[in-house]
Design a binder for this molecule. Sequence first.
Ligand SMILES: NC(=O)c1ccc[n+]([C@@H]2O[C@H](COP(=O)([O-])OP(=O)(O)OC[C@H]3O[C@@H](n4cnc5c(N)ncnc54)[C@H](OP(=O)(O)O)[C@@H]3O)[C@@H](O)[C@H]2O)c1
Length: 273
Amino acid sequence: MKLGFLGTGHMGGTIVRALDRSFPPDVHEYLLSNPTVSKAEAVARTLKSPVQVVSNEEAAKAADYLFLGMKPGQIGEALQALRPVFEARVLEGRPPVLVSMAAAVEIETILDAAGHELPVIRIMPNTPIACNEGVVAYDLKNVSAEAEAAFTALFEKCALVLKTTEQGLDAVGTLSGSGPAFVYLFADALAKAGEALGLPASDALQLSLRTVKGAATLAEESGKDPETLANEVATPGGTTIEGVKVLKDANLDELIRSTLDASYRRTQELKSK
Ligand SMILES: NC(=O)c1ccc[n+]([C@@H]2O[C@H](COP(=O)([O-])OP(=O)(O)OC[C@H]3O[C@@H](n4cnc5c(N)ncnc54)[C@H](OP(=O)(O)O)[C@@H]3O)[C@@H](O)[C@H]2O)c1
């Protein structure tokens, strides 16, 4: 398949590399476009699959799936400029599937900008796709079952692929899109607290990161809910339960809820602009 990318910045570039890693080199061909051409060239150099650095128009003419990797405010203008290409492809009976990763840009907004009823998949990825531990939530419109199956197959090796609604995508954006930032802050605080107890900084950070990773893996693999697992560690009269009491007294649930609420509110603000 031909996979086009308009915008090979942080998220776009991360997805290109993840997909390239996930398949043998003869399966997909990449068409990368970015205003700062050197950014697309830098991503291209890391791929093992066939790749060309092209213009937005060239990518839109040829791609089966056209990923939109620019910032939300840049999508409208970029798609409007491609309307003649989309018109030609609709007339040829081979419209591209647009795949937008932009937070807060709805499918109808993308279709309005494109000027044609193209197939559209709106995704909400996150950066851990870079180590094959990502999340890709999606909703779609005008997409055939066959094209949807091909799309989910693209991401199966590098992410948890989850179908949701457009409203769900906003919530996913705050939970797993922004979530890595919240988890990094927790891991940093855990490491700093370990350091304050006398551990060397590098040991404390390694221990913190492996604890976050190991706890998440154990929860996934055991199928037990996090509260049960926490109770298994925090035995009555033991040491952990004293720390758990501090987190509960500080109302950790409420703090995290306010954190996600703030991100979600910002998503809604961006949508109304
Ligand atoms: N970062 C995340 O964790 C994350 C998570 C979920 C979703 N997203 C979404 O991913 C998108 C990209 O975010 P990012 O963090 O990757 O931003 P970024 O690093 O700034 O990447 C945006 C890229 O788009 C390029 N671009 C700008 N206008 C363009 C145009 N008309 N045609 C083609 N490319 C164009 C920019 O090129 P120049 O630098 O040359 O201007 C830049 O390389 C956003 O919509 C964001 O909502 C990001």
